[in-house]
Design a protein around this ligand. Structure first.
Ligand code: UYC
Length: 229
C-alpha cells in the first residue's frame, strides 16, 4: 500500500491527467490524503480542476488535522474570490465544495442579480443590457468556481466553448448540454441533473423563459475573449 501510494504520488506530479489519480488518492486513507496536501502546497496558487478536486477530497475527509491545514493555507478555498462590486462569492464556493450543485446554481443566479443591482434583486431576473455591464472580474470568479470545483465540467466558459464549436447555434447548444430533448425543454428543477454525471456544460443554468438575449449576452461577454487571446 505504501508502494501504491508512492507510485500514485510520482504519477500525480508528472501526468497530464491528474484527476483520476486524485480521486484514487482520496480513497486511500491518511497516506493518500497526505499526498493531496503536498499537491495543494505545491499547486494551490494556480487553480485548476485538479487542484479543486484535491481540495474537495481533503475537505470531505473531515479530519481535524486536514481541516486545520485547509483553514491555515486556504481559508477561502482555492479560487481568489475577486469582485469589482464588493460581492461575496463564498456561499457559491461553500456549496460547490460540498457538491451541492443545485444550491450553487440558485446562488449563482442570486449573485448575478446582485451584480445587476437593486432592481434586478427585486425582479429576480436579469436584462441582457445588465449582463453587458457585468465586470469581467466577477464573471471570471463565478466561472472559475464552477470550473475548478466540477472536474472541469461546468461553468460559463465551458458552455461558451461548446457554443462556439457548434457555430454559435443556441438550439444545438441546448440539446448538447441537456437543456432540451427533441422539442421538449428540460423542466426545472427535477429534470436537470444535479451531479457530475450531467453532460459537460449542463450547469450553471440560464432560464430561457424570457428569451435567449440574456444568455447570449453572457456567452458574448468580453470576459471570455480576454482569456482566449
Ligand atoms: N428552465 O426550461 N422556467 C426556472 C431552465 C425555459 C420556466 C429557473 C432552463 C423554457 C418557468 C431556472 C431550461 C420554459 C419558471 C430555469 C428551462 C421555461 C422557470 C428558476 C431549459 C418553458 C418558473 C430561476 C432551457 C417552455 C419561474 C428563475 C418564473 C424557472 C432554467 C419555464 C434556473 C435552463 C423556455 C415558468 N427555469 N423556461 O429564473 O419566472 O426563475 O415564472 O427556459
Amino acid at each position: 500500500s505504501t508502494d501504491k501510494i508512492t507510485e500514485l504520488q510520482e504519477k500525480l506530479f508528472s501526468t497530464k491527467k491528474p484527476l483520476p489519480i486524485i480521486s484514487e488518492l482520496g480513497s486511500l486513507g491518511e497516506d493518500g490524503l497526505d499526498v493531496l496536501m503536498s499537491f495543494l502546497e505545491k499547486e494551490g496558487d494556480r487553480p485548476t480542476p485538479a487542484v479543486g478536486e484535491a481540495y474537495i477530497e481533503l475537505y470531505l475527509a473531515k479530519s481535524p488535522k486536514i481541516g486545520e491545514f485547509l483553514q491555515e493555507n486556504f481559508p477561502e478555498g482555492i479560487i481568489p474570490l475577486k469582485s469589482e462590486r464588493n460581492i461575496d462569492y463564498s456561499p457559491i464556493q461553500q456549496a460547490l465544495v460540498q457538491r451541492k450543485f443545485q444550491e450553487a446554481d440558485r446562488l449563482t443566479l442570486l449573485k448575478r442579480c446582485e451584480l445587476a443591482g437593486e432592481q434586478a434583486m427585486q425582479r429576480k431576473w436579469i436584462y441582457f443590457t445588465e449582463v453587458e455591464n457585468f465586470p469581467s472580474t466577477d464573471l471570471k470568479t463565478m466561472d472559475q468556481l464552477w470550473y475548478c470545483y466540477s472536474q472541469g465540467k461546468f461553468g460559463f466558459s465551458v458552455q461558451r466553448k461548446i457554443w462556439l464549436s457548434l457555430g454559435q447555434d443556441f438550439p444545438k447548444l441546448w440539446t448538447k448540454i441537456g437543456w432540451k430533448k427533441g422539442n421538449l425543454w428540460t423542466r426545472y428543477p427535477n429534470e436537470f441533473i444535479w451531479d457530475l454525471n450531467a453532460p459537460v456544460g449542463h450547469l450553471p443554468l440560464s432560464n430561457q423563459l424570457r428569451g435567449v438575449r440574456e444568455f447570449a449576452s453572457l456567452m458574448n461577454h468580453p470576459a471570455w475573449k480576454e482569456s482566449e487571446k
